[in-house]
Structure formats: C-alpha cells, structure tokens
Design a protein around this ligand. Structure first.
Ligand SMILES: Cc1cc2nc3c(=O)[nH]c(=O)nc-3n(C[C@H](O)[C@H](O)[C@H](O)COP(=O)(O)OP(=O)(O)OC[C@H]3O[C@@H](n4cnc5c(N)ncnc54)[C@H](O)[C@@H]3O)c2cc1C
Ligand code: SF4
Length: 326
C-alpha cells in the first residue's frame, strides 16, 4: 500500500476542508471495509485519508415524521434499531444481511452507499478498463457472470450496495455536503449510470460527502426484501429486490419495485409496479409482476441465469411485502 497522510477531523467543516477537488487524491474513510481493500490492491492510491466515522452517528425521528440516519451510523446499529426496524423493515433486513457481523459492526451507511464496484477487472490493478481510463470494458468478452443484465453500458458493473435498493423503494433522500453547501438528492437521482458518470457511481464530487439519509413517514405501506445468494455465504447477493406496497384496504394502491445487483444503479421496475397497482396480491399476481420486472433484461454472454434469479427475488419480495412469505 502506498504511504498516505491521515486526517482525523472532529467536525464536518474540517472534514470537507481536508478533501481535495482532484479525484482520488484525498478520500473519506469510514469503516474502511471497502476502501482499504482497494488501496491494498493498488486500485486506489490516495495521498490522504480523511476519517469520517466520527461524524454524524445519530438516528433520529424527524419533526414532520420519518427518520434521519447519519452517514456514520454503523450497519449493525441500523439493523437493530427498533424504530427503523418497525418503520422500514426492508432496510433493516438489507443491513442485517450485509457481509458478516464484523463487517456490519464497522461498516457505515455512507461507506455502504459509496462502496466501489465488485467487477474483478476493476479490482485488479493489471486491468486498465474503461472505468479506470482505459480503452475497453473487459467484461464484455470476458468473465461476466456477476455483471449487469440491465443498462446499455458502456461499463457493465452492478451497483454493490444492499442499502441503496430499499432506500430507493422507500423514497429516501440522500443529504450531501460540499464546498457549495448542503444538498439533497432523491435516492433515485443520487446513483448515476456509466453513460453519465463513467469514473464514479454517484453524483458526489471528489470533495463532497454524504452526511445522512432521510426516510419519509409512511402510511399504509407494507414492504419486503429478498436476496438470492450463490450459497449461504458472506458474499454479495447475485440478485435481490425490495418491494414497497401502499395499501388501500386489501388492495395495492401503488407499488415500488426496485431490483439490486442487476444494473450499474439500483434498478426500479415501473412495469412490475404497473402489474401490482389495484390488485389483491396472491401468488399469480406476484409471478406476473416478477415476469414484468425481467422482461427487458439483456443478459451478457455468461449471466443469463441471473434473469431467473432476479425474477425469483422480485416474486418473493412481493409475497413477503404482502405477508404471504415469512
Ligand atoms: C466479505 C464482504 C461481504 C460484503 N457483503 C456485502 C453485501 O452483501 N452488501 C453490501 O452492501 N455490502 C457488502 N460488503 C461491503 C460492505 O458493506 C461495505 O464495504 C461497507 O458497508 C462499507 O462501509 P465502510 O464504512 O467500511 O466504507 P469505507 O470502506 O470506509 O468507504 C467505502 C467508500 O465510501 C466512501 N465514503 C465513506 N463514507 C463516506 C461518506 N460519508 N461520504 C462520501 N463517501 C464516503 C469512501 O471514500 C470509499 O470510497 C461486503 C464486504 C465484504 C468484505
Ligand atoms: S464492467 Fe466496468 S469496471 Fe468492469 S471491466 Fe467493464 S468497464 Fe471496467
């Protein structure tokens, strides 16, 4: 690992001041679960690390309803927070399934949302692919079994964050801060496709930070989250989904269906949402929604199997949201 300077700010202003407008030179470090691995592999070689894990670690109920979760809140604390578990069970479920207890005990919300892609070409210092300023995407003709089945490239990563998907489904807001002050982004706008931002995955500039995420107050919403893994292991899911159903009695008034690990960003499915609207959910409706969710998938040479995996995740998340699956 290349030598670096370590800055330990005590407040947000100091932290922002220690970052740099040049991409990659000064990086925020929270739990370090992702960042240190990339540094050890010489994929990232910052001159300076800025510790942000002592910044906002609070979970608080907002005045007008809903909750605010500081960026430095640890995944384990999010997963076991009673208020969040009861208001946003899919988010707590997603946090609870990340990695191992050790990772959840040190990994943070901000770090989880900003973790970098798992593409093995990206993580290997020997491959200078498109995302690292090189000439081509090696996944196109190479090993792509865990890559995207949606999106047109030119980079075919899947977004690695488990929290991002339920945050979109619940309509969360991501709060950020930078040299031009605080900003707020609907979670759906925070993550960016490679054709808009090839070298990063979010709207954040090099000298900006996530400060918190805000979850809206929900009324008559039932939600479910389902992850499919290669085996019962600590690895990232192959595909997963969060479904949030706003109910009118026993019928779905409106639905949010968001898929994970299938595209470079958390992937909403308006087609599946349209199937669910106005329906009383049963197994047949859940199947139709799942079919609709994957209808436009465009798998690569080695990942056609992911279409069925994603379909299963959507169907089971719908059933779980409707209370038909434990
Ligand atoms: C074996 C294993 C299994 C895993 N499984 C999963 C999984 O199933 N699902 C999943 O989602 N994750 C998984 N992870 C990844 C893990 O969740 C993330 O690495 C962790 O949440 C990152 O949090 P961190 O605080 O350690 O981030 P760090 O490593 O400290 O930072 C990650 C990135 O975020 C940036 N960053 C950190 N905080 C901020 C901030 N406030 N504002 C802006 N940028 C910031 C850093 O600069 C860095 O680029 C797994 C990791 C391992 C090792
Ligand atoms: S998918 Fe993206 S990160 Fe992976 S090799 Fe292609 S361009 Fe690089």
């Amino acid at each position: 690992m290349k030598a670096f300077e370590y800055v330990d700010p005590t407040n947000l202003t100091q932290a922002l001041g220690a970052l740099s407008p040049s991409r990659g030179r000064a990086l925020a470090i929270a739990g370090g679960q992702d960042l240190l691995a990339l540094m050890k592999d010489y994929v990232l070689q910052p001159d300076r690390l800025v510790n942000v894990k002592r910044l906002d670690q609070t979970v608080a109920e907002a005045d007008g309803g809903g909750w605010r979760v500081g960026a430095a809140v640890r995944l384990a604390d999010l997963a076991r927070h009673e208020g969040l578990r009861s208001a946003y069970p899919a988010l707590a479920h997603a946090a609870d399934e990340v990695g191992t207890p050790q990772i959840r005990n040190i990994g943070t919300v901000g770090g989880n949302l900003c973790q970098r892609p798992r593409c093995w070409y990206f993580r290997n210092e020997e491959f200078r692919c498109l995302k690292k300023g090189g000439p081509r995407c090696y996944a196109v003709d190479g090993e792509n079994q865990f890559h995207a089945i949606f999106g047109d490239g030119p980079c075919h990563i899947v977004h690695p964050s488990s929290l991002a998907v339920p945050l979109l489904a619940y309509g969360a807001i991501v709060e950020t801060a930078g040299p031009s002050g605080p900003r707020e982004w609907p979670a759906a706008d925070f993550f960016q496709m490679p054709d808009r931002n090839l070298f990063g995955e979010t709207v954040l500039g090099p000298n900006e930070l996530i400060t918190a995420v805000r979850l809206p107050a929900l009324k008559n919403v039932r939600s479910g989250h389902y992850e499919v893994r290669y085996k019962q292991s600590t690895d990232w899911p192959m595909a997963f989904a969060t479904v949030a159903l706003t109910m009118d009695g026993s019928r779905v008034a409106s639905a949010r269906v968001v898929l994970g690990a299938v595209a470079p960003v958390p992937w909403p499915s308006p087609a599946a949402e349209a199937v669910l609207g106005g329906q009383v959910v049963d197994e047949a409706i859940a199947s139709r929604a799942a079919d609709a969710a994957v209808r436009d998938a465009q798998p690569m040479s080695g990942n056609a199997y992911k279409v069925q995996v994603a379909r299963t995740a959507v169907k089971r998340a719908v059933l779980r949201a409707a209370g038909l699956l434990a």
